[in-house]
Design a protein around this ligand. Structure first.
Ligand SMILES: NC(=O)c1ccc[n+]([C@@H]2O[C@H](COP(=O)([O-])OP(=O)(O)OC[C@H]3O[C@@H](n4cnc5c(N)ncnc54)[C@H](O)[C@@H]3O)[C@@H](O)[C@H]2O)c1
Ligand SMILES: O=C(O)CC[C@@H](O)C(=O)O
Length: 392
């Protein structure tokens, strides 16, 4: 039996992956669940029971999860790459065009005419000149981060007759294959800043990207540039942004991450973190997260982890050792030595590393009764450098 705890509202179709299976209970009050599924809940400073084996983010960004701490404890952290990317792309393009046409301010102003009676049509015609906008056709869109979202925005912005310049020093091979060859490659952020009329950012919040929008980067940008931030509020130095909006250096700031300070900024379009809020995207994320957790709990296979290497062996029902350990020499040899001490033969195995840690799955050919499990867990667990081990 496995217990799953959720920390946010997770789409029912995803929860059904567990609910439709007798081996699972969903218990949001559980103190010692086997796995946790969440969205934006902040897990930093949350006490976790040692029974927790996996944490799955139904979404992309994992900055709400203390990933390094969990890695040291051998807890696998998953996310759902690409599952909400279309939703975010559609909102980026919607707000790019709408804000370029001053649509949000125009709508707000028009609502303020309520009560003016028969004067309204005349006031509308007289007042509309303050909302004259700009077409995006022929303008340059700079995209920072060409991942699941950025690449989709790039291809569709070209279809809207924009020129597109992208910057991503770590672009994946899969994305590169799917990116239009008409996307220009910026060799530096500075090049992108200098060329773009509109900038949209699609990178994770890390120590390298935090505060990347600041007075130094604004200084390189074109006057009146529009900046769209559907990534994380922390990418922007808010004091510098407020100043840049006041001076007109930044023409508009469209953000999915408002706070008290941001709400006070002029020419700021504040969205209540709606990037991924579509039924389709919430369902995609929930289904993907649930299947990844189920696969891991039942077979030890890891797909789409952000802290451990992906590693899978077809599950044949044979007993399996799944071991997290430090990425140092001799670990596999020491595990197999324990197995041979118990006269257990190896049928198949995979060992993958990622940074300082590695993961080994070994299928055991011999049948053994459950009594060996504690002994194997104890003896493999005692190997120096072992983080944790499961016999499945
Ligand atoms: N507003 C929302 O609801 C919403 C929804 C989904 C994702 N997000 C945010 O958007 C981010 C991106 O999502 P995604 O699905 O495209 O992720 P992704 O992992 O597919 O893409 C991120 C891209 O950023 C690139 N990158 C990393 N560091 C970089 C740097 N310093 N400079 C340039 N490029 C860099 C990576 O190489 C990768 O290609 C997430 O991390 C999350 O914070 C927000
Ligand atoms: O769950 C959400 O609504 C937002 C998710 C988004 O911020 C993400 O990083 O995927």
């Amino acid at each position: 039996m496995f217990t799953i705890k959720t920390l946010n509202a997770i789409a029912e179709v995803g929860l059904n992956v567990f609910k439709n299976n007798d081996n699972y209970t969903i218990d949001n009050d559980a103190q010692a669940p086997d796995a946790i599924v969440l969205r934006s809940y902040n897990m930093h400073n949350m006490e976790l029971d040692t029974n927790v084996k996996a944490v799955a983010r139904a979404g992309a960004g994992v900055n709400n999860i203390p990933v390094n701490e969990y890695t040291e404890k051998g807890i696998v952290v998953f996310n759902t790459p690409g599952a909400n990317a279309n939703a975010v792309k559609e909102l980026v393009l919607t707000t790019l065009m709408a804000s370029s046409r001053n649509l949000f301010a125009g709508i707000q102003w028009t609502k303020g005419l309520e009560g003016k009676g028969e004067e309204v049509p005349k006031l509308v015609e007289a007042g509309k000149k303050q909302f004259v906008g700009k077409e995006i056709k022929g303008k340059t869109l700079g995209i920072i981060g060409l991942g699941a979202i950025g690449a989709r925005v790039a291809n569709d912005a070209l279809r809207l007759d924009m020129d597109v310049i992208g910057y991503d020093p770590f672009i994946s091979v899969d994305i590169a294959w799917n990116l239009s060859r008409n996307v220009q490659r910026a060799m530096s952020l500075e090049e992108l800043y200098a060329k773009a009329d509109y900038i949209t950012v699609h990178v994770p919040f890390t120590k390298d990207t935090g505060g990347m929008f600041n007075k130094d980067s604004f200084a390189i940008m074109k006057d009146g540039v529009h900046i769209l931030n559907f990534s994380r509020g922390e990418l922007v130095n808010e004091d510098d942004m407020a100043e840049a909006l006041e001076s007109g250096k930044v023409g508009k700031y469209i953000t999915d991450f408002p706070n008290e300070k941001v709400l006070k900024m002029p020419n700021c379009v504040c969205i209540p973190h709606l990037g991924a809020s579509t039924a389709e995207s919430e369902e995609n994320c929930a289904i993907m997260a649930a299947h990844q957790v189920k696969e891991f709990l039942e077979t030890g296979n890891i797909v789409n982890s952000v802290n451990f290497p992906n590693a899978s062996l077809p599950y044949t029902g044979k007993r399996r050792v799944a071991a997290f350990h430090q990425n140092v020499k001799g670990m596999v040899g020491q595990i197999t030595a324990v197995l041979s001490n118990y006269d257990l033969n190896i049928a198949d195995m995979v060992n993958r590393s990622r940074g300082d840690y590695a993961y080994t799955i070994i299928d055991i050919d011999n049948k053994f009764n459950g009594d060996l499990t504690p002994a194997l867990e104890e003896n493999i667990g005692k190997i120096p450098g072992m983080v944790n081990v499961r016999i499945i």
